[in-house]
Design a protein around this ligand. Structure first.
Ligand code: HEC
Length: 157
């Protein structure tokens, strides 16, 4: 019993100590998505889908829920955000070359059609991010149309 009590205290101290180490928050200036939105011209419906289901991990602006302040949840979320942005960051769209834009949109269609994005664990707490069949179609149709525009040179290179 004594040992268990010691372990419980040690865990509590570690947990409290963790709270002092916070990952940097992912917050951008207003207008960080302007270039992306102008170039890919999503409908209002698609904008809302991106906002509710993707931008937290694929843009420079995350909307943080209250529990994101609690370590180790904060570390776990930060890992997703950093990794997600590394693969695809709408806020940095203007820095991508045409070929990369086309490829990222191709990946987007694949990931969304296969139900891999948004990440499952994200939809546990973000109910709005669970995409309906109609939303999946709207999002992938937009991505396919935009790819076609890049391919025929109707968009910046
Ligand atoms: C909770 C964070 C999170 C959310 C929300 C999220 N993603 Fe991701 N996404 C990631 C992570 C992490 C990766 C990289 C690892 C992987 O592929 O599983 C990734 C990878 C991707 C890739 C692959 C890029 C490449 O070049 O291979 C695409 C495309 C993508 N996400 C699109 C989306 C779309 C579209 C949405 C919204 C419908 C979305 N993601 C929502 C975290 C997220």
């Amino acid at each position: 019993m004594k040992l268990l009590k010691k372990i419980a205290w040690a865990l509590l101290i570690v947990f409290v100590g963790m709270q002092f180490f916070r990952p940097e928050t992912n917050t951008a200036e207003a207008g960080h998505l302007d270039a992306f939105l102008t170039e890919t011209n999503p409908s209002q419906e698609v904008r809302l889908i991106l906002k509710q289901a993707c931008n937290d991990c694929h843009s420079n602006q995350t909307i943080y829920p209250w529990y994101s302040n609690i370590a180790p949840i904060s570390y776990w979320m930060d890992e997703h955000i950093e990794h997600g942005k590394e693969e695809l960051n709408f806020s940095e769209w203007a820095t991508y070359k045409k070929k990369k834009k086309d490829h990222k949109l191709e990946e987007l269609v694949e990931e969304v059609e296969e139900g891999k994005m948004p990440l499952n664990e994200y939809t546990w707490t973000h109910v709005d991010a669970k995409l309906t069949d109609g939303q999946i179609k709207a999002l992938t149709d937009w991505a396919k149309r935009t790819r076609a525009l890049y391919q025929i040179g109707e968009r910046p290179q």
